[in-house]
Design a binder for this molecule. Structure first.
Ligand SMILES: [Zn+2]
Ligand SMILES: [Zn+2]
Length: 201
């Protein structure tokens, strides 16, 4: 098993960006590796790589760090579906790959029982140590395995989500703050922002 100081440099970069090391981050790292396996992705300086992520977990930070896909650039798209699925698009080549974790994170079911004990304060020091070891092993498996062993990888024939466009804004007739028209809701003859809509209900 690799000790943390022996992690690959690009994984260390992810850890620095994310703030801690965890199996979730390793999933994102491995997903990018899987995408590279089929598509020769490089870091995106100007929106040519687009990633659609189907969760907002730790994994997404590895994708931001390694591929330069960010919310701000509009080339990171979040679908709140709670799945460990990542779809990479390369606008230059027109290729796309869907990378889906097979089943659960490695060792997750084994770790679950000990985690419950730890959370309830009933774990022995030995069990806590065992948990740490398993967690490290899970990270190790994710960053070192053959991507095909962990993910279902398929090249897909699908266009990238549309590029970011400058959108029209309008003042909300309740709070007066400007909001993107496409995100506002009609109320009688007026248009109001989602925040005001939420507060009225
Ligand atoms: Zn994390
Ligand atoms: Zn408002």
């Amino acid at each position: 098993m690799k000790e943390p100081e022996n992690y690959p440099d690009d994984f260390k970069d992810c850890i620095e960006f994310h703030g801690h090391v965890c199996p979730g981050l390793a999933i994102g790292y491995a997903a990018v590796k899987a995408g590279k396996h089929v598509m020769h992705l490089t870091s995106s300086s100007d929106e040519e790589i687009v990633t659609v992520v189907e969760n907002d977990s730790c994994a997404v930070d590895a994708i931001q760090k390694l591929l330069g896909c960010t919310f701000g650039k509009g080339n990171l798209v979040f679908r709140d579906w709670g799945k460990q699925v990542y779809t990479f698009y390369d606008r230059n080549s027109g290729r796309a790959a869907r990378v889906a974790l097979k089943g659960e994170m490695p060792l997750r079911s084994t770790m679950r029982a000990i985690r419950q004990k730890i959370d309830s304060g009933n774990a022995t020091p030995q069990e806590i140590e065992e948990f740490k070891q398993m967690r490290n092993r899970s990270i190790d498996m994710l960053i070192n395995s053959d991507p095909n062993a962990i993910f279902e990888i398929s090249e897909i024939d699908s266009a990238a989500p549309p590029e970011a466009v400058i959108v029209e804004t309008r003042a909300c007739s309740v709070c007066g703050e400007h909001a993107m028209v496409s995100r506002m809701v009609h109320r009688g003859n007026d248009m109001i922002c989602k925040q005001c809509e939420a507060e009225i209900q």
